[in-house]
Design a binder for this molecule. Structure first.
Ligand code: BES
Ligand code: ZN
Ligand code: ZN
Length: 491
């Protein structure tokens, strides 16, 4: 993997000198006489009277304009929107970092009123400092290596280290997800997970194909059996001595989703390398939790398979058996995520964690319902509430959706405990996905963890233009929320 250089961060009280390798970030806001520069330590008199409107600049949040500054520097003017809050500052700094990748230094000189606002711009800039050029290393444009924030409010070392850990987890997630499926298949995800876990206090356990069969993991096996590259289940466990609570995270890891024999049309198949985002998210969330040494037991379960059509693939009408003993009639092989997650949820439930959360690019219906920026959140009230809180703190978007009881009977099967889809029904596709998964939560002795399901089919991948700290392609969404959740549970 071609990795970017690390972003070195420092906080200073007075503006450093500018040069031609420097981008200076200044804010623009609406004032009484139109758009004006936000308060900064920069002596804006050297610019003379600039008419920002006539330059086409906007104070809308995250809008970027560039003009030349003193000593050959570049002034990056970012719209700060209506109100200065940590969320808007994080986003604005992220946009500025993305637009300053080709310079060596970025100086942020904004009206930051406390340590939390300084932390927000550092986090935003770190998240925006991202480029994926594994496949065209020569085109590498990122030179940005130093971030300087001008402010008297200096976050402590531990806060800075935490921001670095969390943004690295997000970027490692993006890297893994952006890899195409010819280079990233189930075994390779395991290999990448081993590399990322090196020197961290975590334990890995892998179920190979023969183990999947002998241990009754019929969902993962059924989805992976059509591929020349065998499926895997990977468990990554962080088990600190003084854990206050336990969280298990289950991720959908379909390294490519052709739909299987229920083959997707050509256009719908493009983008299906992103179908392992859930697995990448839970992996990197647990690794970040371990690196931060949070007193929470955290376990990631990566349900890894490539969904391919072939002579050995699962057919529509096949009946399979999930780890908890329930049988599933597969009516559509393209609803494969719920089959691999069923095994993951059942396996995780056997360990009786306090909380069980699954993360998956589960349904196209999620994007119909919520668009491309919100994750759909379903499940038990207790888990929904703490995830909403954590997402709110992290500045990520989740939306609570129902699990309507009357839809459950749509999945009744004539010959198995449950079917994986209702053929011909398009109502509530995301919710039906959630109802299916709910059947596999809980140990066979009746113990049930508090469970929630995150459908990230919309926000996992940004097909549109980059915005804020979000690049094109893989976003790494929900890593920050899950780490925040562990922090909240630790307190
Ligand atoms: N991986 C897809 C869901 C998806 C679609 C994610 C578009 C991101 C963008 C999933 O496996 C799938 O194909 N789901 C089917 C379910 C249906 C057969 C019930 C879908 O959404 O059409
Ligand atoms: Zn599918
Ligand atoms: Zn899928």
């Amino acid at each position: 993997m071609v990795l970017m250089t690390k972003l070195k961060v420092n906080i200073v009280e007075t503006l450093p000198s500018l040069s031609k390798t420097t981008a200076l970030l200044l804010g623009i806001q609406k004032g009484p006489r139109g758009i004006q520069l936000a308060k900064s330590t920069f002596d804006s008199k050297v610019l003379g009277d600039i008419n920002f409107e006539s330059l086409g600049l906007s104070s809308d949040l995250g809008k970027i304009g560039k003009i030349s500054g003193p000593e050959g520097s570049v002034l990056v003017l970012v719209g700060l929107g209506e109100k200065l809050e940590v969320d808007s500052l994080r986003l604005a700094a992220g946009a500025a970092a993305r637009e300053s990748l080709s310079l060596e230094n970025l100086i942020i000189d904004l009206p930051l009123k406390d340590v939390s606002q300084v932390s927000a711009v550092i986090e935003g800039a770190s998240l925006g400092h991202y480029e994926f050029n594994n496949y065209k290393p020569k085109a590498q444009s990122a030179k940005l290596g130093r971030l300087t924030v001008v402010s008297p409010h200096k976050p402590d070392k531990t806060v800075l280290a935490e921001i670095e850990t969390i943004s690295l987890a997000v970027k490692n997630t993006r890297n893994l997800v952006n890899l195409p499926a010819n280079d990233l298949y189930p075994q390779q995800v395991v290999a990448e997970a081993r590399k990322l876990s090196k020197s961290l206090p975590v334990k890995l356990k892998v179920w190979e194909e023969k183990d999947l069969i002998s241990q009754g993991l019929g969902g993962i096996h059924a989805v992976g059996r059509g591929s020349a590259r065998p499926p895997r289940l990977l468990k990554v466990e962080y088990r600190p001595a003084k854990a206050k609570t336990s969280v298990s995270l289950v991720g959908k890891g379909i390294t490519f989703d052709t739909g299987g024999l229920s083959l997707k049309p050509a256009e719908a198949m493009v983008g299906m390398k992103y179908d392992m985002t859930g697995a990448a998210v839970v992996l990197n969330a647990v690794l970040a939790i371990a690196r931060l040494a949070l007193p929470v037991r955290a376990t990631a379960w990566l349900c890894l398979a490539e969904n391919m059509p072939s002579g050995s693939a699962t057919r529509p009408n096949d009946v399979i058996k999930i780890r908890n003993g329930k049988t599933v009639e597969v009516l559509n092989t393209d609803a494969e995520g719920r089959l691999v997650l069923a095994d993951g949820l059942a396996m995780a439930s056997e360990e009786k964690p306090d909380y069980l959360i699954d993360v998956a690019t589960l349904t196209g219906a999620a994007t119909i319902a919520l668009g491309n920026r919100y994750a759909g959140l379903m499940g038990d009230a207790g888990a929904v509430k703490i995830i909403e809180q954590a997402a709110n703190t992290a500045g990520e978007l989740v939306w609570h959706m129902p699990l309507p009881e009357e839809l459950r009977s749509l999945l009744n099967s004539d010959i198995a405990d449950i079917a994986n889809v209702k053929i011909g029904s398009r109502a509530g596709g995301m919710l039906i996905g959630g109802l299916f998964l709910r059947e596999f939560v809980g140990a066979t002795d009746g113990h049930k963890p508090t469970w929630a399901h995150l459908d990230i089919a919309g926000p996992a991948n940004n097909e549109g233009a980059p915005y804020g700290f979000t690049p094109k392609g893989a976003t790494g969404v929900m890593v920050r929320t899950l780490v925040q959740l562990a922090k909240d549970l630790a307190n």
